[in-house]
Design a protein around this ligand. Structure first.
Ligand code: SAH
Length: 529
């Protein structure tokens, strides 16, 4: 999944990354930084601060009508990330195109948040800054965009955060504060040493920014803790306090701090743009604020609702259609042909299915899987191991009990290399492979990949299966099943897409496996001919 998919839904760059070629043709100062790569694409070297600055200034001009100047020796903001934060603040305060009053702690030379918030939504801003150069540039950037009525830049001493900026105004309630704090505790951290994963590649873009901008004593954790402590005194003077975080690991201790202090409303989010991830935290002392849910939950829900699918490219359709015709399919549309082939594969797998009414230009099958006939023996054994591990440990400590050995009938031809008794989970004598340590991990991971080895199991291999195959052949009438799903076959432009919508059952990994199996079966049919 491209990370841009998880940009804020209103972010104008979400499905529309900047068109470098177009911008270069319109802005000569931007063109100077654009190169054409071997495949003829206009590209920018994000490791050059000049190029990053040119892009920021050009996007602000083109998309927001803002003209700014920023020195190379200070932090150069990237526009899509800053926009993600602005949109999230809109969500917090219901402030889209509504006049609101906010504070930007450490506005930087660009003064980007106030300029965006004021020009997009008409927000009023108090923008604070400690650094002389940043303060001068920020003031000029506000003036040259005629936004002095809405944005007030103030110089504050290093020690203060919110308290001093607000001490003169005792009455006004601000709707929010936002802050992009200095992320790093020291030079090493700024260079990426001691980052959360030592093997991570170096950042793909240059880390622009002066010393006071990107570094603060104790890093972002201490900086945000100071904002939290100011907020404990100011409480309802602001409806929402918020802060961006450069490191995910800062979230837990800061949330813990807010919990300890009894702050009633707390939420967080993540900002994704290109390969850069950022997090943000917000808290409020008001009980009547709407609290947007954190993204993970939302995304998990989206994922749960999203069907699994695979597509059959239009170049393969003719052949698939011919195969379907050979099976007696009389329909002319590729949808008829693909549905016939899916039905054939399901019949072979003894997965119960029947056609159900659906929209025009679509075919639907209701499917009930009673037994797992699509997974290769080795994978199946892993699944059994997993189930064993999840069983209550009834035999724990029963040293004399013989290990439960694998049934020979399962796959006697394939297991020469990995022939070992399967033992109770309590018995540590047979170490599990790393991938097997995560319940379901291997299966769900493999379900997505192209190289899953899955074979239909031959008739008569398993006695249990014999009983099951005598079950009534109607998907609706079985009592015990693994899962039910709805299969839709539809057109997507000139391709055909097969979607599998979860209805009910034990484990979605199984549907994932079946989906991969069907896709491989259909595509194999084309590859063979
Ligand atoms: N908001 C800008 C700049 C972020 S960098 C952006 O998003 O691009 C952090 C800024 O905070 C720097 O400009 C730094 O000078 C400023 N800063 C550091 N300590 C501060 C403090 N105590 N009060 C106000 N600003 C501070």
């Amino acid at each position: 999944m491209s990370l841009n998919k998880s940009m804020h839904p209103r972010n104008r760059y979400k499905d529309k990354p900047p068109d470098f070629a177009y911008l270069a043709s319109k802005y000569p100062e931007f063109q100077a930084h654009v190169q054409t790569n071997l495949s003829g694409k206009a590209v920018l070297n994000f490791k050059e601060p000049e190029a990053v600055r040119a892009l920021t200034c050009t996007l602000l001009k083109e998309d927001f009508g803002l003209s700014i100047e920023i020195p190379l020796e200070r932090l150069i903001p990237t526009v899509p990330l800053r926009l993600n934060y602005i949109h999230w603040v809109e969500d917090l305060i219901d402030g889209q195109k509504q006049p609101r009053r906010g504070i930007d702690i450490g506005t930087g030379a660009s003064c980007i948040y106030p300029l965006l918030g004021a020009s997009m939504n008409g927000w009023f801003f108090l923008a604070t800054e400690v650094d002389d150069i940043c303060f001068d540039y920020a003031t000029r950037n506000v003036e040259q965009n005629n936004l002095s009525d809405l944005v007030k830049v103030v110089k504050v001493p290093q020690k203060t955060l919110l308290m001093d900026a607000l001490k003169e105004e005792t009455e006004i309630v601000y709707d929010f504060c936002m802050c992009n704090p200095p992320f790093f505790a020291n030079q090493l951290e700024a260079k990426g040493v001691n980052s959360r994963n030592a093997r991570r590649p170096p950042p793909s873009s240059v880390n622009t920014g002066g010393v006071t901008e990107i570094m603060a004593e104790g890093g972002e954790l201490e900086f945000v803790k100071r904002i939290i402590h100011d907020s404990l005194q100011l409480k309802k003077r602001l409806r929402w306090y918020s802060c961006m975080l450069g490191k995910k690991c800062s979230l837990v201790p800061l949330k813990e701090e807010l919990r300890k202090q009894g702050v009633p409303k707390v939420t967080h989010t993540e900002f994704c743009q290109g390969r850069t991830m950022r997090w943000a935290l917000a808290w409020s002392f008001y009980n009547d604020v709407t609290v947007p849910s954190p993204p993970s939950k939302k995304r998990k829900l989206d994922r749960a609702r999203k069907p699994l699918s695979f597509s059959l490219p239009h170049v393969a359709l003719k052949e698939l259609q011919a195969k379907a015709r050979a099976l007696g399919c009389t329909g002319h549309s590729p949808l008829d042909g693909i549905t016939t082939l899916v039905e054939k594969a399901l019949t072979e797998l003894r997965v119960l299915h029947k056609r159900v009414p659906c929209r025009e230009q679509e075919k639907s099958l209701l499917l009930t899987a009673v037994e797992n006939t699509w997974v290769h023996g080795r994978q199946k054994r892993r699944e059994q191991m997993r189930q064993l591990r999840e069983l209550p440990r009834a035999h724990q400590g029963a040293d004399a009990a013989p290990p439960v050995t694998r049934k020979k009938t399962e796959d006697s031809t394939r297991e020469s290399s990995d022939r070992q008794p399967i033992v109770e989970p309590a018995d540590k004598s047979v170490p599990l492979a790393e991938s097997e340590q995560v319940p379901g991990g291997e299966l769900s991971k493999k379900g997505d990949s192209d190289d899953v080895e899955m074979l239909p199991v031959k008739d008569g291999e398993d006695a249990a299966r014999e009983t099951i195959s005598k079950e009534p052949r109607s998907p609706g009438s079985v009592e015990h099943f693994l899962f039910k799903c709805l299969v839709n076959v539809l057109h997507e432009e000139s391709d055909v897409v097969v979607e599998m919508h979860w209805v009910e059952g034990h484990n979605k990994d199984l549907m994932n496996q079946l989906c991969t199996f069907l896709r491989n079966t259909l595509l194999k049919a084309v590859a063979k001919s």
